[in-house]
Design a protein. Structure first.
Length: 288
């Protein structure tokens, strides 16, 4: 399970294409990867990309994974749906500053044999999260090339194992996003940054950080994870369009200091970094 999917998320991932939502990212969620905001009239872009990413197996894990993978590059801006490199966003209602959306995030599966904290415990399933979100534009400049948003998503989490789905709890992940873009679809540049907080109910954190009696040992006592505050993430990223090529990178910092489950024996560290780079070749583009 990578870091909190934001839209959270980060890692539903490889810029939200590897896991489908966005992989990658996501989560997300909070999480924030390189976000492709709408550039001068683009309706959709389709291409192929290659991305590399390094991330913890789950927030607080000592183990990390590094992946270098190809992925389908898809950008779509419709009336009711936005698909970006790190986010799938459903648009339900939209006003001048306030909109109601569907927020998606998630995290990848964890093989417990990879992490000494989870040895002999069940693996963690793929997690998908979805739910309504209020998005409010706090500020923008005259040209609307720079904008600041507050987003309030409430997501239900569902775990997937083979063909079986299990409810894993609820997540509230408020965030503030800063977005700046200039240029057109052939020579555009976008940067963004954000801060996201995570709050989960007991079911959500117990699934990740709880230790049932049958899995306890002298180094890993039984632990029941409470609900509540789950840490924060700071993120920043950028993308550059040059003709039919897109280049991007991101970095995010996650802190679990003060989290309700920080005393879990499955938490080995309270601070971590996730970062990645990507490039993509666009072979089909449509503009409005």
């Amino acid at each position: 399970m990578a870091a909190w999917g934001r839209s959270g998320s980060f890692i539903f991932f490889l810029f939200n294409h590897i896991s489908f939502f966005h992989i990658v990212c996501v989560g997300t969620a909070c999480g924030t990867c390189v976000r492709a905001k709408r550039i001068a009239g683009i309706q959709f872009e389709i291409g192929l990309g290659l991305g590399g990413i390094r991330f913890p197996d789950y927030p607080g894990a000592d183990g990390h994974r590094t992946l270098l993978l190809p992925f389908p590059y898809v950008i779509y801006h419709g009336r009711y749906l936005d698909v970006n490199r790190d986010q799938v966003r459903g648009k339900l209602l939209s006003g001048k500053r306030l909109s109601l959306e569907v927020d998606f995030a998630g995290s990848v599966a964890v093989d417990s044999s990879r992490d000494h904290e989870r040895q002999d415990m069940p693996n963690l399933d793929w997690i998908g999260e979805a739910g309504p979100a209020l998005r409010y534009r706090i500020w923008n400049n005259f040209e609307k090339t720079t904008q600041v948003f507050a987003v309030l998503p409430l997501r239900a989490a569902v775990g997937a194992h083979a063909l079986t789905l299990h409810h894993r709890g609820f997540v509230f992940a408020p965030r503030v996003e800063f977005v700046h873009h200039v240029g057109d679809d052939a020579h555009g540049f976008s940067i963004d940054s954000g801060v996201s907080l995570i709050y989960g109910n007991q079911d959500y954190f117990q699934y990740i950080y709880g230790v049932a009696p049958q899995y306890a040992n002298p180094e890993r006592p039984t632990y029941t994870a409470p609900g509540g505050y789950g840490g924060y993430t700071l993120s920043a990223g950028g993308s550059l369009h040059r003709g039919d090529m897109v280049y991007g990178s991101f970095i995010s910092y996650t802190s679990l200091a003060g989290a309700s489950f920080v005393n879990s024996p499955l938490v080995s560290r309270t601070h971590d970094l996730t970062f990645g780079v990507m490039l993509a070749w666009i072979f089909k583009r449509s503009t409005s």
